[in-house]
Design a protein around this ligand. Structure first.
Ligand code: SF4
Length: 430
């Protein structure tokens, strides 16, 4: 089968989108390409964002390939599935430009994972994949009838049939992804790097997937949930491939980059720097020392709340005290030039306590943000606490709730975000 995999040309005007707006490698599509080619399928992987290609030209490129199946992602890369933009207007605009020239159309991403029928309707696609998508895409390419593939939504006799719960990929044995050299060359962005101006290309990689914790705000119930660590050999082969293509900085998209001596020692031997997101309470001082020696230049660590009660309310399951967390962050900062402690707004926060702690951290060189409330993403426990199990209007409900809070958080974004109905007007004209 001929399969086109598409990361569309993203734009986020009027969106609440919290993720980074620069281009990043579409890891879920890169992984799908490896699995499809291993099964003997022909694959065209296109990325309008990194190649700065208008949607109409991107659609023409796909149509010229004459695919039997076209897969479009609804979030800019796996890195942002936990904080995806709620609106589907960009994938919809791509599919409108494709205008039926892509064979069977398939949507993958966080939206369809939780609201499969609404996503199928908004995008007008034939199939929606629920959960981690790479193995499901390979199954769809092999299947005579997509309704026989578990974990998808398919159009059948005027209805949308859901064939099962969201799927998780094995991931641990994912082979090395081989990225186009011109994409790496164009990848000027060094994600979440602040201590130095980027020199040479950046890239994103994935050493582990999922997380053993269940923080209340974290949107991972339907994908990237259980913790899995990727085999070191293909991971290092992928990293060496990126270095050979010129990459000088890697960002590990892992939800929680846990201490792994063998990986850190391998990175220490390579001419590349990197950034991670993690929980600082899981790093002993000696492993932070190794992390710094390995070339880590950016740590984003979720502290979330400065009180035991606040952390308990967020189900953080953190065993360290606030002072111990501060010590660990300061130790990390002595080894790594940029360390960020993330804070989230929790009811009952003491503003003076937060202001004092932030100044203490800033004096020690650790950046701590002004806490803000989070969007209740439909795949998070917070959504369920607020509204119960998500139905097909879950994104609309989460969005209305968030806009209702907006006046109290006008320092987060310059422009007031638009209602979802307005952002998705093109999706409602199907
Ligand atoms: S530790 Fe991080 S990735 Fe894990 S559940 Fe909490 S916020 Fe999510």
């Amino acid at each position: 089968m001929r399969v086109a995999l598409v990361n569309p040309t993203w734009s986020f005007e009027g969106s609440i989108y919290f993720g980074c707006r620069e281009p990043h490698l579409p890891l879920e599509l890169g992984a799908a390409k490896v699995l499809l080619e291993r099964a003997g399928h022909r694959v065209l992987l296109v990325d309008g964002h990194i190649t700065d290609t208008p949607l109409t030209a991107l659609a023409d490129q796909v149509a010229d390939f004459r695919p039997d199946m076209t897969v479009v992602t609804t979030a800019p890369t796996y890195l942002f599935w936990r904080c995806a933009q709620p609106e589907l207007r960009i994938p919809r605009a791509f599919l409108d430009a494709l205008a039926g020239r892509g064979g069977r159309t398939v949507a993958v991403g966080p939206h369809g994972s939780v609201t499969p029928k609404a996503t199928a309707e908004k995008l007008g696609v034939d199939v929606v994949v629920r959960g981690e998508c790479e193995e499901v895409i390979a199954d769809l390419a092999d299947a005579d009838d997509p309704a026989h593939v578990p974990g998808v939504a398919v159009r059948r006799d005027g209805e949308i049939l859901v064939t099962g719960a969201p799927r998780a990929a094995a991931f641990v044995d994912l082979p090395a992804i081989d990225w186009p050299a011109d994409w790496v060359a164009r990848h000027h962005h060094h994600h979440h790097r602040f201590e130095a101006a980027p020199v040479g290309p950046g890239a994103e990689v994935e050493a582990s997937r999922g997380c053993p914790y269940t923080c209340s705000f974290c949107a991972k119930i339907d994908y990237r949930d259980k913790y899995r660590r990727r085999a070191l050999e293909p991971l290092i082969a992928e990293i060496d491939g990126l270095i050979a293509q010129g990459a000088r900085y890697l960002y590990f998209i892992d939800e929680i980059f846990l201490p792994q001596k063998a990986l850190l020692e391998a990175l220490a031997e390579r001419p590349v720097e990197f950034g991670i997101q993690t929980r600082i309470d899981l790093w002993k001082p000696e492993m932070l020392d190794l992390l710094g020696r390995a070339g880590c230049v950016s740590i984003e660590a979720g502290v979330e709340s400065l009180t035991v009660e606040g952390r308990a309310e967020l189900d953080k399951n953190c065993r360290l005290t606030t002072d111990e967390l501060a010590e660990r962050l300061i130790h990390a900062r002595r080894r790594v030039p940029f360390v960020q402690a993330n804070l989230i707004k929790v009811a009952g926060d003491d503003p003076d306590l937060i202001a004092d702690w932030r100044s203490r951290m800033h004096a020690a060189g650790v950046w701590a943000n002004d806490p803000v409330p989070l969007y209740p993403y439909p795949s998070s426990p917070d959504y369920r606490k607020l509204f119960g199990l998500p139905d097909e209007r879950a994104w609309e409900r989460a969005h209305d709730h968030y806009l209702g809070l907006f006046d109290r958080m006008s320092d987060i974004q310059d422009d007031r975000p638009l209602p979802l109905e307005e952002l998705e007007a093109p999706c409602r004209m199907a």
